[in-house]
Design a protein around this ligand. Structure first.
Ligand code: KIV
Length: 267
């Protein structure tokens, strides 16, 4: 097993040209498996609202839910650098709320960093959290908590003015002290330009091939969530089919009496 990475190591990986692998996790068994398989960093994403809780988007997720899931992840992968998403309305109200909630997400879970969405307007908030020694990952481009403003999950930054804004957002987040930046749902050339302009690593999701690292939702790469399959996802397994077949076989065995047998019984 690799030694546990720190936020400083993540910065060094960009300087050394080593790509950074990130996956989401929401529970103990997945975190354990992903950690043992050698991931660089785990994200307890507020995507938990969609892929775990079945909501249409991430907006209903609460701080309490993030704490519950993050505790399980940290127990499963104690040796992996873990970042926790700040859910909608846990940091947008004011800086005091943002600091209190970031503090809870670290103190009550054992994770090492928080992530929050937004560009220039969030720079002051990021600075305030970094100033109390909580490392922050920024997130710009397609920010799922802004789904209603964006009118859906749409690629951002295709028009020149929007691209200029996203670049300014990225620079502001670096300036505010974030140690890494997620670039989601933006054209590859824009992500390439941002990655070249920033000294902190960019972690892409649907942001082309030039980011310093990649993040995907674990359910997407395992084929566990067939609601949508975005273009930027690569499926590495088809776990839904495996689960369906196992459950079918179990039901068949119970109905036919093939399970349980004497081998499964106590004498
Ligand atoms: O919530 C999440 O899982 C995320 C990533 C996919 C970037 O924010």
């Amino acid at each position: 097993m690799k030694t546990k990475r720190t936020v400083l190591d993540i910065g060094r990986m960009k300087q050394d040209g080593e790509k950074i692998s990130v996956l989401t996790a929401y529970d103990y068994p997945f975190a354990k498996l992903i950690g043992e398989a050698g991931i660089d960093m785990l994200l307890v994403g507020d995507s938990v609202g969609s892929v775990f809780s079945g909501y249409d988007n991430t907006l209903p997720v609460t701080v309490e839910e993030m704490i519950y899931h993050s505790r399980a992840v940290v127990r499963g992968a104690p040796d992996v650098l873990t970042v926790v998403d700040m859910p909608f309305m846990s940091y947008q109200t004011d800086i005091r709320d943002a600091r209190i909630n970031a503090g809870r997400l670290i103190k009550e879970t054992g994770a090492q960093a928080v992530k929050l969405e937004g560009g220039e307007p969030m720079a002051e908030t990021i600075r305030a959290i970094v100033d109390i020694d909580i490392p922050v990952v920024g997130h710009v481009g397609l920010t799922p908590q802004s789904i209603h403003r964006m009118g859906g999950f749409k690629v951002q930054g295709r028009e020149q003015e929007q691209a200029r804004r996203i670049l300014a957002d990225a620079l502001a987040i670096e300036q505010a002290g974030a140690f890494a930046l997620v670039l989601e749902g933006i054209p590859g050339p824009l992500a390439e330009e941002i990655t070249a302009r920033l000294t902190i690593p960019t972690i892409g999701i649907g942001a082309g091939v030039h980011c310093d690292g990649q993040v995907l939702v674990i359910h997407d790469i395992l084929g566990l969530c067939d609601k949508y399959s975005p273009k930027f996802v690569k499926r590495y397994a088809d776990i839904s089919t495996t689960i369906a077949s196992a459950v079918n076989n179990y039901v068949r065995d119970v109905k036919s009496g093939a399970f349980p047998t004497d081998d499964h019984s106590f004498k």
